[in-house]
Every structure is written in C-alpha cells, then in structure tokens.
Write a protein that binds this ligand. Sequence first.
Ligand SMILES: Cc1ncc(COP(=O)(O)O)c(C=O)c1O
Length: 400
Amino acid sequence: MFPFQFKSTTGQSSISQRCSSDDLTRLRLKYTPYYHSFTAQDATRVTLNGRQLVMLASNDYLGLTHHPKVKEAGKRALDIWGASTTGARLANGSRAYHTELEERLAAFLGKEACHVSAAGYLSCMSAVQSFAQKGDIVFADKNCHSSLLAGIGLTQAKVERFAHNNPADLAEGLRAYDQSIPKIVVFEGVYSMEGHIAPVADILASCEGQNCFLVMDDAHGLGVLGEGGRGTAASLGVTEKIDIICGSLSKSLSSTGGFVAGNKATIEYLRTHSRQTIFSAALAPVQAACALAALQLLETEPEHLSRLWQNTRRHQQLLTDLNLDTWGSQTPAIPIVLGAKERVYPFWQKLLENGVFTVMSIAPAVPPGKDLVRTAISAAHTAADFDIIATALKAASRRW
Ligand SMILES: Cc1ncc(COP(=O)(O)O)c(C=O)c1O
C-alpha cells in the first residue's frame, strides 16, 4: 500500500507478519514525522540533518535543561553515586538523594510526603493503580493522559469517564452511586495537549460529600502555575483538598523521572502496593540530582518563570494575530488545532522547512476534529527564536 517495505524475512509467526505489514508503522516511516534523531542540542536549538531548528515541541518550560547549575549537579551525582542503583528500592534500598529529593518536593508542593520513580509515566500509573481496588469506582476525565489510563487499566475497579473539564458531568456521574462506595476522581491540573487548566474548585464542589479520593496529575502545572511554580493546586489554594498530586520530573524540572505526593499514610501505602515501585529500578542519581538542582532554581531564580509567561503571551498573540485556533489554551502548552489530518501534516512540514520543530497529534490521540500541531513555549526561547517562529507560522498559515 505504501512504498516503504521491510526487507527482513525473519519471523514468520502471525505477530511477526503483523509487525512487518502494519499500515500505521509504514505510514509513519514514509512521512517520518516522529522519532527524529537530532545530532546536537543547545538550549532551544536542535540540529537535524545539518540544519539548525528552533525546538517548539519540548516541555522544557523553564529552560533549565542546559542551566550550568543543573549540569554541574548531574556531573557531581555521577561521580559520587555512579550511574544507577541497578535495582528497585524495595530490593536494594533507597539512596540519600531519593530521600532528599522527596523531602524537598513534598515541602515545595505543600504535601507531607512524596515518592519518586524513574519515569513520570510510572509515577502517574502508580498514583491510580496503588489505590484503586475491586469494588471502587474510578471517575476519570475523558482527556486524561495515557499513564493515568494505564494505571486504571491495571486495577479491577469500575471505570466511569466524565466529559473533559466538565464538573457538572462528574457530579451527575457521582450521584448515580451510593455514597458508601469508595470513589477515585482522576484528572490533570493542566492538560498537555489542550493547555487547559482544570476547573479544580468546581471539581471539588462536585465531589463534596461523595466519598471521593482525588488524584491530580500536575505534570504540566508544576513549575508553570502558582507562586514560584508550585503548581495548579497551590495556585488555587486547594493543595490540602487534593489527596494525591503526581507528575513528572521531565518538564519544568528538566530531568527524567516522576513523583507522587500526598500525606504520609497514602505515600507509605503506595510504597507497599505500587507495582511500578516494587518491581522497577529506582530513579538514577544523575536524574535525581538534576531535578533537585532545578527545584532549587525555582526557589532562587524566579526570573525563569516570569520569562516563561512573557514568552507564552508573545506566542499566544502571534497565533491569535494569524487567526489560528489554540483550543482556548491558558498555559505554555499551546495547540494549533487544524481539524483534519490532511491539514496537519503540510502545516507541520512547512514549519519544519522554515526552521521550527513541532509535533503533530492526530485522532485518536486527540478527539475527532481536533487534529493539531502542538507547540510548547520555554523560558529559554529568545527574541531570535521568536523571529524564526513568526516567519514559519506565517508561511504555514498561508496555505489556507
Ligand atoms: C500529563 C502527563 N502525565 C504524565 C506524563 C509522563 O511523564 P514522563 O514523560 O516523565 O514519563 C506525561 C508526559 O508526557 C504527561 O504529559
């Protein structure tokens, strides 16, 4: 069907045949929109096939991945602790850097305790899987991240999905069940594709008196919203009312890894019941040290957060002036909704030709009719980056 063909003839089983004849994979390899291999990166610039591009798709919101203090902390940790713990913390122990990061993160978020793991995906899975049991009901926002859905999928709880950012729909769903049934409400502080902020006060009102345990994934709110970047719950003064705040170290904290924060009892319970913790190797020393250094920078160098928002406003204005649909994004994660996949690829390609790297997202990854190019702003984007971004967006928009 597509010109790309796998030459290998190894593997004659049905599943091997399925792999070598998969249309989606062949389409991806034909148009190559994903998995590019950059040969160099310096802050917001990446090099692809010898050409320098402005990176407009990463989640380095505060632009700290190349901060000298972050790099220095990573190098020091490697010298002191080596490359890895080569095992799960339950098996061969935690290290002082895990405990230090957990204490600092918990204090930063306004929670009693925290548990870190090797990926945000694992943390967010465990934030649901650890707590939900058979007989419970999980209510999840329809646009929840794959990691939360994966966590739900590992439980025997009943699942109800409520309309995205729609507390009235949630309230109606909750009312259908007896108060005595344990319920877990799962949502995000900031939605990564849409850039929407959750209406947390209304979600809390919907949950009032309904025996709900609240889990909020704030991967894209941490470092972005609230005083000093303390996140979505802190920005609304409702930290105490959210039982669990989980997220990633790979966005504003410029590292790799994830966290789950809550009160002491819930985090100790998670350490007993989280398969993602019990059976998976611990967060590596370099990753923990980089995240901790970034966390310290959030507290000592507020200029990164203010520059992030200046840049976000500038980008929003640019997109508005070009009459592009940003799906009402309120944050530095800003989609350009083009509505049909036939429009998305040429738009993305035109941006690339003009020196800007973005990522496209097509249904079913986004709801039907919302096919989009995702852009994400960093505090590290410079005036020169914005000149290139503006020219590229104008060129891409001219096509329709
Ligand atoms: C909302 C949300 N939760 C969790 C994750 C997983 O984080 P990580 O990439 O650190 O595994 C992501 C990453 O894209 C995310 O956007």
